[in-house]
Design a protein around this ligand. Structure first.
Ligand code: ADP
Ligand code: MG
Length: 246
């Protein structure tokens, strides 16, 4: 069984074809990076497998189930720009939303749910901010809160869209360490990431796409000058970036 199995996935927005006949499979218990240039269809891929936008495909399964069946077992954190950070909500309540699938939408959270939410905030080092408004936090802190919400959901598959954008180096460390721990606990984590310089260090498997699938496999296989050129048009841009990071 695969954590994610997609065959022949196509998505169009009016005239724009965002994804064309994309196929990919991710085995369970891996930290997977989805890479590709701006506008390549990375967010579209995540939204399509979550069933949030219309798509055509021969197969889409998550944890061996249909998207609908898998919903409560999958946590999704949209990209920063898609979240309304001015929405007035307390940090603890934002995390409690992760408990709703267990709770039923209109039931009041109980003490045990608050305790679970607090322990999730502890795992991301944000327990002292439980009563703050989400809009008061830094980008890195906000991303950690959303990760705590995904933890509260106790999902087996996490889909994170650009979790390191607008995030300070300290928060990035906390987040990647936690993702590695979750992977070691057997969860599958799929991360959209546009910064190639860290891709080899962060991920077990990479999917490089640009409207179509360009390459999928281990970072050493995928991060070849030829495949990068296929996606980005310029392999040198990537090689320079890697040099800077090492
Ligand atoms: P990425 O996340 O890799 O930057 P996206 O999946 O957001 O790329 O977008 C893929 C393509 O689809 C881009 O050309 C983008 O402009 C287009 N697109 C994305 N969302 C919409 C939308 N809601 N309506 C029309 N076009 C869209
Ligand atoms: Mg995107």
């Amino acid at each position: 069984m695969y954590a994610v199995e997609v065959e022949g996935l196509s998505v169009s927005y009016f005239e724009t074809t965002a994804l064309e006949q994309l196929s990919a499979r991710f085995t369970m218990g891996q930290l997977v990076g989805i890479i590709g240039p701006n506008g390549a269809g990375k967010s579209t891929f995540i939204k399509a497998i979550m069933g949030l936008i219309p798509s055509e495909a021969t197969t889409i399964t998550l944890l061996g189930l249909s998207t609908k069946e898998a919903r409560t077992r999958v946590a999704y954190v949209p990209q920063r720009s898609a979240i309304d950070w001015d929405f007035p909500i307390r940090v603890l309540d934002a995390v409690l939303i992760g408990c709703y699938p267990k709770l039923g939408l209109f039931k009041r959270p109980r003490k045990q749910h608050r305790q679970l939410a607090m322990s999730c905030l502890e795992r991301v080092g944000m327990q002292d901010y439980a009563n703050r408004q989400i809009g008061e936090l830094s980008g890195g802190q906000q991303q950690r809160v959303f990760l705590a919400r995904a933890l509260a959901q106790e999902a087996e598959l996490l889909l994170l869209d650009e979790p390191f954008v607008g995030v300070d180096a300290g928060s990035e460390r906390v987040i990647i360490d936690l993702l590695r721990t979750l992977r070691d606990e057997g969860k599958t984590i799929v991360v959209v990431h546009h910064d190639l310089s860290k891709a080899a260090d962060y991920f077990d498997t990479l999917l490089l796409l640009n409207r179509r699938m360009i390459a999928v496999g281990s970072p050493t296989d995928v991060l070849q000058a030829k495949t990068i050129e296929g996606a980005y048009g310029n392999p040198l841009a990537f090689l320079q970036k890697v040099e800077v990071s090492s």
